[in-house]
Design a protein around this ligand. Sequence first.
Ligand code: NAP
Length: 335
Amino acid sequence: MQILENFPLKNLNTLGVEAFSRYFALVESAEEVRAAITSLPHAGVFVLGGGSNIVFTRDFDGLILKSSLKGIRISGSDEDHALVESYSGEEWQDLVEFCISQDLFGIENLTSIPGSVGAAPIQNIGAYGVEIKDLLQSVEAVDLTTGETKIFSKSDCRFGYRNSIFKQELKGRYFVTRIILKLSKRPAFKIGYGELQQKIADLKEPLSARLVASVINGIRAAKLPDPREIGNCGSFFKNCVVTQDIYETLKAENPALPGYPEKEGWVKIPSAWLIEACGWKGYRSGDAAVYPKHALILVNYGNATGADIYRLSEEIIAAIHQRFGLLLEREAQIV
Ligand code: NAP
């Protein structure tokens, strides 16, 4: 392992903004994580995954660690389930492909999500009614303060909507080395989301995990920008979850307002709808913009800085607050 200095991060964040890290190391094992932190004891440490959910608004004056721990395999099995072990430096999509190729079910809705395996549990990635928490058995991670390895069970991770203990009490404290998923050997597809349901209903073929994934790949490709072509970091904001009363009040004033029931007494409002209703969809200021096909995605058309993108997100938050009284929360991590 080499510790590099003044390392450029432009190619390591899908938004494609310029930033430098004072120190940077690509680590291939838990031992290398320990070696890196002990060789620079006073440097602040930041763990970078696939860089697909991050906005660098400035240079980082510490040590960035990126996982290059590799390997995906079936580590256990019974009649109904298989355990799949994946190291954190694998691409999430490679893990999805592996599971589908092994005729395992449950992960297919999480296809085409950019990013690394190690980052997936941090923000409890989710799509089309499935979250990684539904599949996760355990997370192994190295404590960046002591160098010790710890295993987190699913309940230890305290998963919530795009949230986990690793974004709260333990923020920045752990380097994920490995995860174990528990997948079903029997199909039980979740295809209730409107657009997905419609597209599946039009198909003539029998359902398979590969088919569900390929329908979702198509839906996503039609409305989400490919970061290799247009810089972006996926959904920039979380959806708003409000009480039923607040939802009813807003709905009375905005009859088209969509809402999906959450836990008892709460409703989820798609933030993309709110942003579009305030006229921001397609808005552009310099190279920072709101993607014209999806209002939840902020994009960098070339030379936007992280600060430009952040400023745009502030303007959007203020506008939504003024019109609806709701405070949008960023899903993307700001550094
Ligand atoms: P969409 O279908 O346009 O729907 C807008 C929002 O409404 C979604 O965010 C979804 O919430 C919610 N929704 C729609 N149908 C629902 C249903 N039947 N039950 C409950 N909630 C429903 O969404 P989209 O933007 O194209 O995204 C499709 C899926 O991919 C969503 O699940 C979304 O979270 C996921 N996605 C994630 C990212 C990311 O970067 N994290 C990026 C793009 C898409 P939920 O978000 O809670 O599902």
